[in-house]
Design a protein around this ligand. Sequence first.
Ligand code: ADP
Ligand code: MG
Length: 344
Amino acid sequence: MVRPIQQLPLQLVNQIAAGEVVERPASVLKELVENSLDAGARSLAVELEQGGKRLIRVRDDGSGIPREQLALALQRHATSKIASLSELEQVASLGFRGEALPSIGAVSRLRLTSRPPEEGHAWCVRTDGDSAPAGPEPAPHPPGTTVEVRDLFFNTPGRRKFLRTDRTEFNHAQEALRRLALGRFDVAFRLQHNGRSVIDLPPAGDREAAERRLAQLLGEGFLGECIHVECAAAGLSLRGWLALPTFSRSQGDLQYFYVNGRMIRDRMAGHALRRAYADVLYRDRYPAYLLYLDIDPDRVDVNVHPTKHEVRFRDSRLVYDFLFRQVREALAQVTPGAPEGVAG
Ligand code: ADP
Ligand code: MG
């Protein structure tokens, strides 16, 4: 028996969308923190309970949301970040799809409290998985925004059972915050888990302060055995830190690559960097790096995947050659010879 075609209910549409962007507490954390950064936050506090399964709370001191737009922020495809195709093609904000809040709201109990700096107090709206937003109600809150996400997947048991232990979920969430904090040295980040402070990073205004943050997040070992790079060519600029071959890893767990401030996973870039290290690294070792590539936004497409973990370069050959050359050259200056015993 074939059923008639029908439009799905909005809540189900949002839950389907949540399948793409909300995998676990760490993905909620990423979306909320990106929103705070897009809102110009200078300081950000993240609180988790039970690995984020019970609570994820992100508070910022950003631009806030006016009362009359609070409910709209929870609507699908509602965004303040782009308004046209040409803006999409130039997009510089981390978000632009208008999907995170409605998706998260469809699979949790969400409270959004916000106060633009010029307002005397805040307003709060709530959703409970499948209800229409309640509120706005007045609420006490300093200028900025707090989003609270409780009981993730409480109404989608099929998804909930894929969550791991508190410890594992917490580790994922902490890694998500680490990536974000390594993307914005100018912003202060704090992370608490079950009431205990885990990360506390003041804003890092210069390179010395940036390296303190780096040591705090990636370890003194990395900082002690890396070189700083900074170069530009063909409208591309690259800066960051490259681990010396002596700090190589047995897995690729210390590879951070950012494009225009967004951490991404890119096979092409990964390959270029691996090849750049090939002469100085034993074959079964992985390079470690923290690199920031800046490129004109219209030369890169970030609208490839809902999570935006991938991008498409308009001229990927050029980017490949640039990364390969710059990194190989930088390494050649500090490692005059190949290590003994490197196979073919
Ligand atoms: P997107 O980030 O793609 O625009 P979201 O669903 O994540 O979509 O957020 C919807 C809108 O809500 C944003 O465009 C922004 O205007 C507003 N918003 C969300 N979080 C914040 C925040 N922390 N501070 C200020 N505005 C916010
Ligand atoms: Mg967003």
